[in-house]
Unconditional design. Sequence first.
Length: 409
Amino acid sequence: MDQKVRISKSGQPVSGKLTEPVYAFDQPVIPAGSVVTGHVTGVDPISAPRKVLSYVNGNFSPVRKYELEFDCVILPGGERRKIATTVSPGIAEAVHLVAGGGKQKKQNIAQRNVENAKQEATSRIHDTLDEIKSPGKIDRIKGLLLAQSPYRRQYLQPGTRFYASLAEPLDFGKTTRTAEQLKQVGDSPAPDSILHARFAEEVSSATAQRGNAIAAVLTEPLFSQDRHLLLPANSRIQGEVIKAKPARKLHHNGDLRVVFNRIETPGGIIQPMQGSVEGIEANRHAGLSLDEEGGAQATDSKTRYLSTGVALLLTAAASHTDNEHGTTDAAGDPGVRAGAGVSGSGITGTLISLAAKSQPVSMAFAAWGAGISVYNNFLSRGRDVTFVKDTPLEIGFSEPHLKAAETKR
């Protein structure tokens, strides 16, 4: 998204820019940077229980879920195309996860060429994102400050990323390819090639079972070193779940691992493969990581120990009277009362605690905040690993073991 939009009602216009090109077969048809426009199609009401809990925590304007639709794309030359799309929930801060946490791996020449091309493509994406985000830095700082207020407006911030699927095809005309150009279509890519793809359907540790089939769709064509087409865009990559552990109570997080075992081109050519996740896009706040084999795990920040410890210390401090300069203030230290209020209900709690000048009130706010912190960080259900439909990922390609063994024989 390239503009700040307040989320309040249906029909509000929105606009953004494509961060990656859209390919048809072997060539880009919608370049990165193309403008897309649309509107808010719905804003969900807030349920009564969620509203009450939000009010208790000092937030009188809880965040509402919303839905978008993009209905027009404007190409760099100014041509406007009507589109119909299905749009995923937005990600305010998207991060790119790398298998093994970015640890250095031995690379052959082919791998380095692939990585160089990948870095070039990534830099183009980042340039587009920086262009979108840079004008809104001051607004984002203001947003952080306003987030502490009990009343706040909900905005769709610049830089928020969405995945949108075309519900209807777009016609860009026809082109021809010679038999020479297509003679290698369906051939195996070089070992350790990187396939850029997107998940065809949502996959989550909460619902997936070992052996479940999964699918991804190639978003960029793959060429040989002599520039012959090997795999056209929209080739389908099939795979399966080999490990799925749902999140559980006592804050046990989920775990998900998938592999890919074959590719099918739009023309029906099937190529067996052995592939794992080498990189994936995720929400920064989801706290995900990838191990060296591409397995995804939900992780917790170490700050949960610090935040919970501070909340418990405030509870203990709020239970003591303030003895200073030879006098005793039964209401407790004002600084402690302010901290207890923040811990329990944010700025609203601070104002009430300071105004009440009552130790029991401060203790109540501090105890509520400590209880919520302990529950959220240690007792509640953990987080699942969920990749929504159209989540971008990179798949490392290698020959299947069986085929490699037959070749040796």
